[in-house]
Write a protein that binds this ligand. Structure first.
Ligand SMILES: [Zn+2]
Ligand SMILES: [Zn+2]
Length: 542
């Protein structure tokens, strides 16, 4: 492989910048002195086994970000082993090289559960249900729940997802801190851990390197991937930009206090201090609200890969549906999103439900956000066009089309006459094709007698307006009755004398056939008249 192709084949990751070990909801721990040398060792807290498995074959990471970027996955190759050039497909090569952990059995279940995530995802609903059953919901607390649900939800969708994971827009420090705090209140891991997994999800969608591949089932992509330790580490993804971001670093460093503070203390204190509902604040605005935010945002990984249409591309599982949008604070146009991930919008139509887009736009208007990215409409239209074409083609494949003229026998006028008289079939010529109307005669909407009158004759003119201007549907139906083509396209005597040898009329109204119809007299006179009355094609065109 040429070095140019090899360079193209390398994923743009900085091996040293891919890391794992401070995800949901375990505390984040930036190695302050060594931020850029953390290995890509999986995600959540289930990374240790994978880390061990990989460490043997992994070259030491570069200490400089620039150097590690240029190294690409080659730096992950065993020394003396295959080079990246040996197999250009990164996903295939990685899957072949790194064996998955053995499947989880009943015996190995306890050690394969990510207990921190498991507890977070079971204690929160338990608190929510217990609280709902034992606590009176005050209206102020109910309103606060909805407000805080949207704030913490936006922390994930506008912050974690569109700002940090996709860089779909830029935000000043005030908005960044606002979103980092909101996202902490959603208790879904640090920005850095979350974005690292999400970038892998986009880059390796539906493959074994996708941490929440929809191919592993709805519940795996929704919640299973957090509760159980993955069988593989997610594919590499570059998060060097996030490592350099002071807000991301700050949130990562103070992650544990932040999730308790923003997840429970703050929503409880607001309700307690402002209207005295400490208990309701904790159970409703804290636990129940968190339960909703969790499953709302988890739906982006599950529901958005299952429900709806694929108007932009159907290569992978992401789909568009307004129900998903409603559930996920506007992240439901996921087919669009996977095609155009750096677009700050999910819904491109004004009537699409995308509060996250509205929030970003409003922030932009307030001067808090800038550099909002949108994909060129022309490129978006290309995807839509390709998918529409695909649908039309699939539909066309279910329709029976008339026989191709190349597959029909060609008969002279005399042979056509003989077939009509002796085959017992009712034949007529229209537009140069011989049609068998035996079955159709009685069903002719204009009456059987009109058909009968033209049997054994050329009815082109009558069909095309001489008697009745038939509809498109009639043309389509007629074409299905084709059984042969007439040599020359019309009566043979005209063929013998035609002014433009080689010109054959096979379809559509024929001026010469029309001329033929206007000649009621003897055959001799008719053919002479046909020839002499024909205009030249150029004259007709003019
Ligand atoms: Zn997705
Ligand atoms: Zn995304």
């Amino acid at each position: 492989m040429s070095s140019r192709v090899a360079a193209l084949a390398r994923p743009m990751h900085a091996a040293s910048d891919t890391e794992a070990d401070y995800g949901y909801p375990s505390p984040a721990k930036f190695s302050d002195s060594d931020t850029e040398t953390v290995h890509d060792s999986g995600y959540a807290t289930g990374a240790s086994a994978q880390q061990k498995q990989k460490s043997a074959g992994e070259a030491p990471s570069s200490t400089s970000s620039a150097a590690s970027t240029s190294a690409g996955p080659a730096s992950r190759e065993p020394k003396g082993g295959r080079h990246a050039d040996d197999d250009w497909n990164y996903v295939r090569r990685t899957i072949a090289k790194e064996k998955p952990l053995p499947p989880i059995t009943l015996k190995t279940l306890p050690q394969n559960i990510n207990w921190v995530s498991f507890l977070a995802l079971t204690v929160v609903p338990a608190l929510a249900f217990y609280g709902a059953a034992t606590t009176k919901l005050q209206w102020q607390t109910a309103v606060w729940c909805v407000v805080y649900y949207f704030y913490t939800g936006l922390g994930i969708t506008a912050g974690y997802h569109r700002l940090w994971a996709h860089r779909a827009y830029s935000a000043g420090l005030p908005l960044q801190y606002f979103l980092a705090l909101g996202g902490s209140g959603a208790v879904e891991g640090s920005i850095r851990w979350w974005s690292r997994g999400h970038r892998a999800h986009h880059r390796y969608t539906d493959t074994d390197l996708d941490p929440y591949s929809a191919h592993k089932g709805f519940w795996w992509s929704h919640i299973g991937w957090m509760i159980f330790k993955g069988r593989r580490a997610p594919g590499v993804a570059d998060v060097s930009d996030l490592s350099a971001n002071p807000v991301v670093r700050w949130q990562h460093r103070w992650y544990l206090p932040l999730i308790f503070g923003m997840g429970f203390v703050f929503p409880t204190a607001v309700a307690g201090l402002l209207w005295g509902d400490w208990r309701g604040g904790f159970f409703f605005a804290g636990a129940a609200r968190l339960l909703f935010v969790h499953h709302s945002t988890f739906c982006v990984n599950s529901l958005a890969h299952w429900l709806g249409e694929t108007p932009f591309d159907d290569k992978h599982t992401p789909r568009d549906h307004w129900i998903t949008a409603l559930v996920t604070v506007g992240e439901g146009y996921h087919n669009f999103h996977h095609q155009f991930p750096m677009d700050y919008r999910n819904a491109t139509h004004w009537n699409g439900y995308d509060p996250t887009k509205w929030f970003i736009w409003l922030s932009y208007k307030m001067g808090l956000a800038y550099n909002l990215k949108t994909f060129p409409q022309n490129e978006i239209a290309k995807g839509q066009y390709a998918m529409q074409l695909k649908k039309v083609e699939a539909k066309a494949a279910t329709v029976v089309w008339p026989k191709d003229s190349n597959d029909l026998p060609i008969l002279t006028w005399e042979e056509f006459q003989e077939q009509h008289k002796n085959s017992g079939r009712k034949l007529m010529v229209i537009g140069g094709f011989i049609h068998d109307v035996t079955e159709f005669e009685a069903d002719h909407p204009g009456g059987a007698s009109l058909v009968k009158y033209k049997l054994g004759k050329d009815a082109t003119t009558s069909f095309n307006g001489g008697v009745y201007e038939h509809s498109n549907a009639a043309h389509n139906l007629l074409s299905m009755l084709r059984v042969g083509a007439l040599h020359g396209g019309y009566e043979v005597e005209a063929e013998k004398n035609r002014p433009f040898p080689g010109l054959t009329i096979f379809d559509g109204p024929s001026l010469r056939a029309e001329a033929t119809q206007k000649l009621p007299r003897s055959e001799k006179a008719k053919k002479q008249a046909v020839v002499s009355s024909l205009p030249s094609p150029l004259t007709v065109a003019a």
